[in-house]
Ligand binder design. Structure first.
Ligand code: ADQ
Length: 469
């Protein structure tokens, strides 16, 4: 078996399976790396006065990690800048929040070159290289310029935007040209795949076959949809663990017989939290019988708080939740419990299980693992109901959820009502099909499909010969 070299912006391998300090991406990658020998390379998250390329190597939960420090200017221009102020909002359809600054472009190019300089000496000829996410789109191009001939795959965890949005990005064609230095590019959903196809065929006059062979810039590239999954077995086991039981008990005691609706998200404008609160307010206004009988608990971990759009959304959520609680709360009931904390994964599993409804309503999301976690944590004999945004990649696989338009308060209010009153037989029927999908399309299946697709491509040299100019 070849070694697998995973490269992503941050390397925060969990210390154990229940480590709560890492997000969906980190959990998925560490599960993938545990079975392959190899290295996980990326930024340490630390800054240094001058970039040296000095590697720090360690073993963490069975995974070898190699990290490098960046400069403060890199953090501002590459991470807070191009990655999180340009690409993230644009790829989540928020061009109103996208900042197009040349210093960001330069920082992005510089850090990708630095990553390539640092990782190239670690590579062996048979290694498979798997690059992750929007921070590192030009990395293959940089590696090729340094003579790396290995198979290199790229996986985009966030959506690929519609062509007309994407073309608002200055130098958009350069970014796509850089993607053509990979051998395989994976997207989360068919929606993203078709948006990419549209760009290739309509914008740059390339071709793409039904089997995902894209031809443009005199090169060939294989593309496909590889929806990411959970470490479902571990998550379900976590829902039966002692910490989960403790949290479920605490939640139930505090609810005193009321129904719980749960939302769990990074505090990010793409997750639709403000729209969710407003829809819940609409639900309370339309359903007086629900007053004092239902609570929404929104767990939202602060993230990227150096970026002003994140400070703004945080302030707005404080205000909206405060206003709704002010209007509806009684001496012994608050309609919204709004919690800015991080919990262990097994604790979260207990909270999910205590909830009659999982409310997952991002305005745009590559996949959304919370939807899958909510399903994986349910009691098979009495599962809750999932309300899921049509704009989450997960909606393509989870049609048995109540699918909603997160931009419509009325739609969401109706879905909340339907979920809270759904008969147990229907909940079981829907949950069984959802759970079947979560199990079958778990993180191992995702990794195996992706790595298999990468391994079975023709040698890079053959590809070049076959390329149409
Ligand atoms: P994220 O945008 O981080 O990931 P998501 O898929 O929902 O989105 O994963 C979030 C993870 O963080 C979940 O595992 C969740 O349990 C965890 N989490 C959130 N709040 C938490 C809290 N308060 N305490 C503990 N854990 C918390 C990106 C893309 C997604 C894509 C993933 C994986 O934006 O679309 O699904 O990568 O590819």
């Amino acid at each position: 078996m070849p070694r697998l070299i995973v490269i992503s912006n941050r390397v925060n391998a969990p210390t154990d399976e229940n480590d709560a300090s890492v997000g969906g991406l980190a959990m998925a990658l560490s599960a993938a790396l545990r079975e392959y020998s190899g290295i996980w390379f990326g930024w340490s998250g630390r800054t240094t006065t001058e970039f040296t390329g000095q590697l720090s190597l360690q073993r963490s939960a069975g995974v070898t990690v190699a990290t490098v420090d960046l400069e403060e200017q890199d953090r501002q221009e590459y991470y807070n800048g191009y990655a999180n102020r340009t690409l993230w909002p644009l790829f989540h359809y928020r061009i109103d929040l996208s900042a197009y600054e040349r210093s960001f472009d330069k920082g992005y190019a510089r850090v990708n070159a630095r990553f390539a300089d640092t990782v190239t000496p670690l590579l062996e000829p048979d290694d498979l290289i798997w690059v992750h996410d929007y921070h590192l789109i030009p990395l293959a191009q940089e590696l090729r310029q340094r003579g790396v001939r290995n198979r290199i795959g790229f996986f985009l965890h966030i959506p690929w935007p519609a062509q007309r949005l994407f073309t608002t990005l200055p130098n958009h064609s350069d970014l796509v040209r850089a993607l053509f230095d990979y051998d395989l590019v994976g997207f989360q959903s068919e929606d993203s795949l078709s948006a990419f196809r549209e760009y290739v065929t309509d914008e740059i006059g390339g071709k793409m076959t039904d089997t995902g062979q894209a031809t443009a810039y005199g090169r060939q590239l294989q593309v496909g949809a590889f929806p990411i999954g959970l470490d479902a077995e571990a998550f379900t086991a976590g829902a039966d663990s002692e910490p989960a039981r403790t949290w479920r008990g605490r939640m139930e005691a505090s609810l005193a017989g009321r129904q719980l609706i749960i939302g769990v998200d990074r505090l990010d404008y793409s997750k639709g939290l403000e729209e969710r609160f407003l829809a819940y307010e609409e639900f309370l206004a339309n359903h007086s019988e629900a007053l004092e009988h239902v609570s929404l608990m929104q767990v939202a971990t602060p993230s990227r708080d150096e970026v002003s759009a994140y400070q703004d959304i945080r302030a707005r959520l404080d205000a909206v939740s405060g206003r709704i609680n002010g209007a509806y709360a009684t001496a012994d009931w608050v309609p919204i419990r709004y919690v800015n904390r991080t919990y262990r994964r097994d604790e979260l599993a207990g909270m999910y299980r205590a909830a009659a409804v999982g409310l997952v309503t991002p305005l745009r999301d590559g996949m959304n693992l919370v939807a899958k976690e909510y399903v994986a944590a349910q009691d098979p004999a009495n599962p809750g109901a999932l309300v899921l945004s049509q704009f989450a990649g997960a909606a393509e696989q989870m049609g048995d959820a109540l699918i909603v338009n997160p931009f419509s308060r009325e739609d969401m209010s109706d879905a909340i009502h339907r979920a809270l009153t759904m008969p147990r037989s229907e909940r079981i029927r829907r949950w069984e099909r959802l759970m079947d999908g979560v199990r079958k399309n778990d993180v191992t299946a995702w990794r195996d499909r992706y790595v298999q697709a990468l391994v079975s491509l023709p040698e890079p040299a053959q590809l070049e010969e076959a390329a149409v100019c």
